[in-house]
Structure formats: structure tokens, C-alpha cells
Design a binder for this molecule. Structure first.
Ligand SMILES: O=C(CO)[C@@H](O)[C@H](O)[C@H](O)[C@H](O)COP(=O)(O)O
Ligand SMILES: [Zn+2]
Length: 198
């Protein structure tokens, strides 16, 4: 007998992924181009997000510093979610709202990219990091959902907004993950040309 709950998670996820492939193709292409240009110019990518999105930051940084599907030199990407001393010191002495923005102030340089995740588009610490990145002439790639929230409102034409057309956090995160893999693949293709699973 089919477990209907399990089946419907897979069904909803698969349907949203197919819909998102169409809706998000263009901003994902823009994100690849923006990141590849930044990396080619010697710039780096900083990533921030909360909860499951913190894991996405680390996943992405691992694929750039280590590798995705092809052998290549390490690429500079840093998850701002991992240094517990920085996170607890800034959270304790200032506020949780500043745990990412202080790191963007410390590490971000003009031309770098901030990869910002928030399924609601409303996490204050991610929003604060975006505002600092914009002040520093960094570019922002924002992965959101639920209409984009407050983050959607502060992004400019210089930034890229990948907004998953859904309201359920888990589903949005699942599309964020396949989006990350598209970006990793796109960077590899920009470096080496098409191949592997074309
Ligand atoms: O993974 C999940 C839910 O699927 C949670 O850990 C989730 O990431 C957390 O509630 C986050 O704090 C949500 O923040 P955001 O995506 O709205 O910015
Ligand atoms: Zn989750």
C-alpha cells in the first residue's frame, strides 16, 4: 500500500522542480554569469542563511573549494555560518541580526558576491548582510521563496533574485539545492565547456 503522505512530498517536490526549471532558468543563468565573472576577476563568494539554508551555504562552499563533478582548481567560496566563535561573540555582544553582516564587513570586498539564502525572504540577519554587501559594491545573488519578502524589496538591478514560486519552506529549500547544483555545473561548463551529462 502506498504511503500517501510520503508520496505527496515527492509529488509536490517534483512538480515544483519542473515548474521552477522554467520560471528560474533566466535568473539562474544570470547567477552563473555573475559568479563566473567574479571568480575570473579574482573575487570570492560569501554565503549566508539560517537553519537548513546554513547547510546549503556549507554545501555550496564545499563544492567550490573542493569540487563538483569535474576535477579543477579550488575556487574561493566561504560559508559565513560555520565559525562558532564569531557567531557566538557577535550574537552575544551585538545581536543575532549582525552575525553575517559583521563578517561581510570583515571579509567582503568590491566585486565579491554574497550568496544569500532565505526561504521567507525576511530573515533580518540575511537582510542586514545584503545591505552591507550593497554598500561595499558587492553583487548579491539571493535565493528566496514566498514572493521574496523584504529581501525582494532591497535587491537592485545589479543583483540576481532567484525566488522559488512556492510558500512551503521545505519545498523552497529543495529547489534551492537543485539551483546550487545548476550553478556549480554552470561554473564548470564556463571553465571547461559542456560535457559530462549534457
Ligand atoms: O530547514 C528548515 C525547515 O525546513 C529550518 O531549519 C529553517 O531553515 C529555519 O527555520 C530558518 O530559520 C528559516 O529561515 P528563512 O529561510 O525564512 O530565512
Ligand atoms: Zn529543512
Amino acid at each position: 500500500m502506498t504511503n500517501q503522505r510520503i508520496h505527496s512530498h515527492f509529488q509536490e517536490s517534483a512538480e515544483l522542480k519542473l515548474k521552477s526549471a522554467t520560471v528560474l532558468e533566466q535568473p539562474i543563468e544570470q547567477a552563473i554569469e555573475l559568479m563566473f565573472t567574479a571568480l575570473s576577476n579574482g573575487n570570492k563568494i560569501l554565503a549566508c542563511g539560517n537553519g537548513g539554508s546554513a547547510a546549503d551555504c556549507q554545501h555550496f562552499a564545499a563544492e567550490l573549494v573542493g569540487r563538483f563533478e569535474r576535477e579543477r582548481l579550488p575556487l574561493p567560496a566561504l560559508a559565513l555560518t560555520t565559525d562558532t566563535s564569531i557567531l557566538t561573540a557577535v550574537g552575544n555582544d551585538y545581536s543575532y541580526m549582525e552575525i553575517f553582516s559583521k563578517q561581510v564587513q570583515a571579509f567582503g570586498q568590491a566585486g565579491d558576491v554574497l550568496l544569500a539564502f532565505s526561504t521567507s525572504g525576511n530573515s533580518g540577519n540575511v537582510l542586514a548582510a545584503i545591505e552591507v554587501a550593497q554598500e561595499r559594491d558587492m553583487r548579491v545573488v539571493a535565493l528566496t521563496g514566498k514572493g521574496g519578502g523584504k529581501i525582494g524589496q532591497v535587491l537592485t538591478d545589479a543583483d540576481v533574485h532567484i525566488c522559488v514560486p512556492h510558500d512551503r519552506t521545505a519545498r523552497i529549500q529543495e529547489v534551492h539545492l537543485v539551483t546550487l547544483h545548476c550553478i556549480c555545473d554552470g561554473i564548470d561548463v564556463a571553465l571547461f565547456g559542456g560535457d559530462v551529462n549534457e
